[in-house]
Design a protein around this ligand. Structure first.
Ligand SMILES: Cc1cc2nc3c(=O)[nH]c(=O)nc-3n(C[C@H](O)[C@H](O)[C@H](O)COP(=O)(O)OP(=O)(O)OC[C@H]3O[C@@H](n4cnc5c(N)ncnc54)[C@H](O)[C@@H]3O)c2cc1C
Length: 181
């Protein structure tokens, strides 16, 4: 895999959308246990009002249409191997990845185990959401505890994905489409 994403809330799904849409092989691991199932969204720009579960359903379908894999699995561990990573799933299966995006929500266990820097409960990231561990990004609630909003998590996911795409292409990249003529 080019990119393994841990967490299937709006942060992880948004990152997957940008990455898969632009040709990187991408898998999202999560168990559909996102806090979104308790939310009634009235503050997501462009959407009048939607139950969080309905938002998740639409988001998962959209991401799937662009070719990202969504797998209902728990990630047990992530370890560095060479210039990339080995991601170990429940049951012991191992998947290699060139980049890892962590969107773990309120409990950033994997970021801790990977040795990423923390400030209190917050995973420290740069402006592109990369952690202190090169190639590992943290997005959404774990990177901004106390600032947990769906649209912020989705924005973070987009930032991380665009950074990875820019690195891959060797220049700044924008994912812009124009309407059909
Ligand atoms: C009652 C309530 C109401 C809310 N109302 C609103 C609202 O009106 N508007 C709004 O903007 N926001 C609202 N929120 C907040 C919103 O739900 C969060 O901001 C959003 O879910 C954060 O998204 P995220 O992707 O950062 O993390 P999360 O949605 O928390 O997703 C993280 C996911 O990662 C998974 N995960 C973690 N570790 C692993 C692992 N090792 N392997 C596999 N999966 C893993 C978790 O199971 C979880 O599904 C509300 C939240 C609650 C609780």
């Amino acid at each position: 895999m080019d990119v393994v994403i841990v967490g299937d809330g709006p942060g992880g799904l948004s990152a997957a959308l940008f990455l898969a849409k632009n040709g990187l092989s991408t898998v999202v691991y999560g168990q559909d246990k996102t806090a979104m199932h308790w939310a009634q969204l009235r503050n997501y720009l462009g959407i009048d009002e939607i139950h969080g579960s309905e938002f998740q359903k639409k988001a998962r379908q959209q991401v799937g249409r662009f070719g990202a894999l969504l797998q209902d699995r728990l990630v047990d561990a992530v370890v560095r191997e060479g210039s990339g990573f080995i991601v170990q799933l429940d049951g012991g299966e191992r998947v290699s990845a060139r980049y890892v995006i962590l969107s773990e929500g309120k409990s950033p266990r994997l970021a801790q185990e990977l040795g990423a820097s923390f400030e209190g409960p917050r995973v420290v990231t740069d402006r592109n959401n990369q952690t202190s561990v090169p190639g590992v990004y943290a997005v959404g609630r774990s990177a901004r505890p106390g600032r947990s909003q769906a649209i912020i998590s989705a924005g973070d996911g987009a930032v991380a994905a665009i950074d990875i795409l820019s690195r891959e292409k060797g220049q700044d990249f924008s994912d812009w489409d124009s309407p059909p003529k």
